[in-house]
Design a protein around this ligand. Structure first.
Ligand SMILES: [Mn+2]
Length: 330
């Protein structure tokens, strides 16, 4: 696990690329690294494949930082993948990254994937880190830089969102958080207000529809729920966990393409009963012609085929891992 010192970027043009549909952690990590590399006199551009989510956009706006969407990498001397290291999370930048023949690095905390892009020697990857902002904070310290106010805010924002407000957190998370808050000069609620946007009507409807269309599977102890919505699959899966599911898979299909987002409750993840990325999403690729990954408690799959069959396969894999037969509860 080696990441180069920041000084080697001096005078270089560096692209910081987040994962597709960048979230707060991805955008925050990129902005923190941008500031650190600017101190080393690098030319830095943050690039987001496809789009950033509403919270990430709000944070960027309130901090007064900007990013480009889907940009050619031709002009750059090196590129850093931020908060991802697999082609399934590269979105519209996949081909640009494949064609990029210059120096490529990665900072990431997702579970290992079959489509890993950057080798170990050029990456700073810890799959047990709660957020990527924790990782960039460590890098800043290794490079003997001070954490600036804005960086403190961004690091805290990444930790708060990726830990799902500390539902998934270890003691290190709180150490990083204390240090980030101290550096930020802000209170916890001031930081939350920078990215906490009111949900759009579409988002609210998606969550409620997900509940309305839910199929409920029970092992007798655990409840696994599947549902289909046309957008906001990940938020909907989170909502289903909040109302009582232990594991939720929410999917959508569009012209033969399928997407499934999954979430597991912190109880089940803390007891190491399942790792959704490893036990479910990385195992769908052959049957559904695609790839998936994520974290133990949150993951996604993109592929082709029947969404109903794919959701049923998710339930089968999850129940197999839990060592229990499931019955559909109707
Ligand atoms: Mn992240």
């Amino acid at each position: 696990m080696v990441f180069p010192s920041f000084s080697q970027f001096k005078g270089k043009k560096v692209a910081l690329i987040t994962h597709t549909g960048a979230d707060v952690d991805a955008v925050a990590t990129a902005f923190v690294l941008e500031k650190a590399l600017l101190k080393e006199k690098a030319f830095v551009q943050v690039i987001v494949p496809d789009h950033a989510n509403l919270s990430a956009k709000a944070l960027a706006e309130k901090i007064g930082n900007s990013f480009e969407v889907n940009k050619s990498l031709d002009e750059f001397d090196s590129a850093v993948l931020v908060d991802f290291n697999s082609f399934e999370m590269a979105g519209a930048m996949e081909q640009e990254i494949k064609n990029f023949k210059k120096k490529l690095f990665a900072i990431d905390h997702h579970s290992a994937s079959e489509t890993t892009i950057v080798s170990k020697s050029n990456s700073f990857v810890k799959s047990n880190a709660v957020s990527s902002t924790e990782l960039v904070m460590s890098l800043i310290k290794k490079n003997n830089q001070k954490i600036e106010k804005e960086q403190g805010i961004l690091i805290a924002a990444g930790i708060i969102t990726d830990s799902n407000f500390f539902h998934v957190a270890n003691s290190e998370t709180f150490s990083f958080m204390a240090e980030a808050i101290n550096a930020s000069g802000k209170t916890f609620s001031e930081i939350v207000s920078l990215f906490n946007v009111e949900k759009t009507a579409g988002e609210k409807i998606a969550r409620i529809k997900a509940a309305k269309r839910a199929r409920i599977f029970s092992t007798g102890k655990h409840i696994i729920v599947t549902s289909k919505v046309g957008a906001f699959e990940a938020d909907s899966a989170n909502a289903l966990i909040r109302i009582g599911a232990d594991i939720a898979f929410v999917g959508d299909s569009d012209k033969g393409k399928i997407i499934v987002s999954g979430r597991a409750s912190s109880h089940i993840v803390n007891r190491l009963e399942i790792d959704l990325a490893r036990d479910v999403f990385s195992k769908l690729g052959n049957q559904f012609n695609g790839s998936g990954g994520g974290h133990p408690g949150a993951g996604a799959f993109n592929g082709k085929g029947s969404i109903s069959e794919c959701l049923e396969k998710c339930v089968e894999l999850a129940s197999k891992k839990l060592g229990k037969q499931v019955k559909e509860y109707t």
